[in-house]
Design a protein around this ligand. Structure first.
Ligand code: TMP
Length: 205
């Protein structure tokens, strides 16, 4: 199936404001936008998300394989068909999250992650990725104000969140064409404006 739409992904440490920015970009880009998330986005993938987020005793390799299974279903059932129908797809987390969480935080070899990402996506890569970057201390502080939205990974020690950020920064450095690092300590308005500027620049290429 040929890809014709535009595939945008959002990434970031916990509390970076992804949800707000995804909603704002969706509102700006208009009605022909599909908003989805990982892990999740299809009935089967949402069930896997539930297992992933609520299981206390889970190895990092199991995490990786669950994420890959959820992603394979999501790409086939939802993302590729939407792109083929010329839609804009905005996905809240995707392959770079696996590098940051299961790779940098979890310690799984980055080459294994790269291969599994490739298998699960069938080689589909986002056209543009926004990493909302901020020190994890600030992100976690923001999140603690809303305890109901904290999951298993949010409760991990600060050191883990630092490694996640390190993973995202490394990903951004490795692929500057695709990945745009956005300073998420700015106001939500300023973050949105910067995202739009980067998006316009991508379109005019
Ligand atoms: P969310 O909080 O952005 O909804 O994401 C759910 C959790 O899933 C978050 O803590 C990060 C984690 N995650 C991974 O560990 N690896 C992945 O590949 C993805 C997509 C998410």
């Amino acid at each position: 199936m040929a890809q014709r739409g535009i595939f945008i992904t959002f990434e970031g440490v916990e509390g970076a404001g992804k949800t707000t920015q995804v909603q704002r970009l969706e509102a700006t880009l208009g009605p022909d936008v599909v908003v989805t998330r990982e892990p999740g986005g299809t009935p089967v993938s949402e069930r896997i998300r539930d297992i992933f987020l609520t299981s206390d005793r889970i190895t990092t390799m199991t995490e990786l394989l669950l994420i890959a299974a959820a992603r394979a279903q999501h790409v086939d059932e939802r993302i590729r068909p939407a792109l083929a129908a010329n839609q804009i797809v905005i996905c809240d987390r995707f392959i770079d999250a696996t590098v940051a969480y299961q790779g940098y935080r979890g310690g799984i070899d980055l080459e294994i992650i790269r291969q599994l990402n490739h298998i699960a996506t069938g080689g589909l890569t986002p056209d543009i990725t926004f990493i909302l970057d901020l020190p994890p201390e600030i992100g976690l502080q923001r999140q603690q104000q809303d305890e109901t939205h904290r999951d298993r990974l949010d409760r991990e020690p600060l050191e883990f969140h630092r490694r996640v950020r390190e993973g995202y920064l490394a990903a951004a450095e490795a692929e500057p064409q695709r990945i745009k690092l956005i300073d998420a300590t700015q106001t939500p308005d300023d973050v949105h404006t910067e995202i739009l500027t980067e998006y316009q620049a991508y379109l005019s290429k």
